[in-house]
Write a protein that binds this ligand. Structure first.
Ligand SMILES: C[S@@+](CC[C@H](N)C(=O)[O-])C[C@H]1O[C@@H](n2cnc3c(N)ncnc32)[C@H](O)[C@@H]1O
Length: 240
């Protein structure tokens, strides 16, 4: 599949707290071939919006966490044919599907994917210009959301941009349906976390620069873009 180093990753993943991650991996492995349909109907508009505001340009080093079946990853690779684009997903089938989709769309681009639990990222600090994350946080516990956001910030260079899409909580009827879905299949639906997300981003030291609600039919999403504020703090301290 990709050239990510699995032997490096496994011990890190073993240290992760035990959660429903194993079930999530199995469920998403199972649905990987049909998942693109759901992405097309529910996520594509928010994907458009996130990419538009992400600040991603050709030649960058870009990471997507939780690629799913690769619809956003394909867009990232197309936008960045001369750079490097990395995609990670807990489900091996999703990671494999994502790589196939990207290679087909843009065979000459440098694209890598791997089956990795993104609560611990196998990359050096400050090694990416941009990070993208769509519809993952719903599947993580509150502690794991914090842990994952800290990891994302760690691998993002100062001044780099983090784009995040979460399911919106601003459509009452949808919220009811989601609560039912989440109680029936928690490993697939998770729970809505949108309203707490801006504060969690700020806690990690990133600064929200774009905040948009997008609706695709009855399905609401919130798109946030945050900047790794480390650069600003250093500049202020240096009096520049
Ligand atoms: C709701 S899907 C979203 C997929 C895609 N980002 C999109 O926008 O359509 C959530 C994805 O997150 C992945 N996932 C869940 N927990 C994860 C974890 N801890 N590390 C990496 N991926 C994870 C699942 O395997 C699944 O593919």
């Amino acid at each position: 599949m990709s050239n990510l180093n699995y032997s490096l990753l496994l011990p890190r993943e073993d240290r992760m707290p035990r959660t429903i991650a194993a079930r999530t991996r199995r469920v998403y492995d199972l649905v990987s071939s049909v998942y693109p349909v759901s992405t097309f109907f529910f996520h594509s508009k928010a994907h458009d919006c996130a990419l538009k505001h992400s600040g991603i340009r050709n030649g960058m080093r870009v990471l997507e966490v939780a690629t799913g079946s690769g619809e956003m990853f394909r867009r990232l690779v197309k936008a960045n044919p001369d750079g490097q684009t990395f995609g990670l997903d807990l489900s091996p089938n999703m990671a494999a599907h994502t790589l196939r989709v990207a290679r087909k769309a843009c065979p000459q681009a440098e694209a890598h994917t791997g089956a990795v639990d993104v609560r611990s990222l196998p990359f050096r600090s400050s090694s990416f210009d941009a990070v993208m994350c769509c519809y993952l946080l719903e599947l993580l516990s509150q502690d794991d959301i914090r842990r994952t956001l800290r990891e994302i910030r760690r691998v993002l260079r100062p001044g780099g941009k983090f784009s995040l899409v979460v399911i919106g909580q601003n459509v009452k009827m949808f919220n009811h349906l989601y609560t039912v879905g989440g109680s029936l299949v928690p490993a697939f639906w998770g729970r809505q976390v949108e309203s707490s997300v801006p504060e969690l981003i700020r806690e990690t030291g990133m600064r929200v620069v774009t905040d948009r609600f997008v609706r695709q039919g009855f399905y609401p999403s919130r798109v946030l873009v945050a900047e790794n504020a480390a650069a600003h703090r250093r500049t202020a301290r240096n009096g520049r």
